[in-house]
Design a protein around this ligand. Structure first.
Ligand code: DAT
Length: 176
């Protein structure tokens, strides 16, 4: 029988529609817990883990197999905060907690226009948030008791979320 190796620090996935605050939250959480922040978008660009550029969606076409191969050893070791606007292609066993950040439409709209999004890219992302696409994807891909939805409308929300998640990391036990 293959013995499953236990990690002694947890892996957390921070997901949500673009603009909901994944990178801001992950950066602060990694700093307060000394976990390693892995921004999948940056990793894909740096290591070229993509199959070119999608002109319509204006983003790289991520190669999910290459991303998973690249991360396997780090995830087995544990102690990672993974930041990405998708969650259904990672192995379920990688994560101890899946956090879905959620933002009110009008707030998200302002953040995304400030980021330079317009047209289909803007409306696709707003629709993604309205229909809770990432929350559904997370619930379908991971055990229900590992998925948590957190509001991310204000700076205070970020502070509260980081504090809550930091407590969770500190209390996490390898056998849990
Ligand atoms: P994501 O990684 O989900 O795309 P981000 O962390 O890059 O999002 O944040 C996008 C912008 O919105 C950035 O300027 C920071 C701001 N922001 C994010 N979450 C926020 C929050 N809860 N309150 C106020 N501003 C927030």
């Amino acid at each position: 029988m293959v013995q499953e190796r236990r990690r002694n620090r947890p892996n957390i996935l921070i997901t949500g529609t673009p603009g909901t605050g994944k990178t801001t939250t992950s950066t602060a959480l990694a700093e307060s817990t000394q976990l390693r922040h892995i921004n999948i978008g940056d990793l894909v660009r740096e290591k070229k883990l993509h199959d070119g550029w999608d002109d319509e969606l204006e983003c790289h076409i991520i190669n999910e197999d290459l991303v998973c191969d690249e991360l396997e050893d780090l995830m087995e070791e544990g102690g990672n905060v993974v930041d990405y606007h998708g969650c259904d292609f990672f192995p379920e066993r990688w994560f101890d907690r899946i956090v879905v950040l959620q933002t009110e439409n009008s707030v998200l709209y302002d953040r995304l226009t400030r980021r330079g999004y317009s047209g289909a890219k803007l409306s696709n992302n707003i629709e993604c948030e309205i229909f809770q696409v990432l929350l559904e994807e997370a619930k379908e891909s991971y055990p229900e008791d590992t998925v948590v939805a957190l509001k991310s409308n204000t700076i205070e929300d970020i502070t509260t979320n980081v504090a809550t998640l930091t407590d969770w990391v500190r209390n996490w036990q390898p056998s849990s």
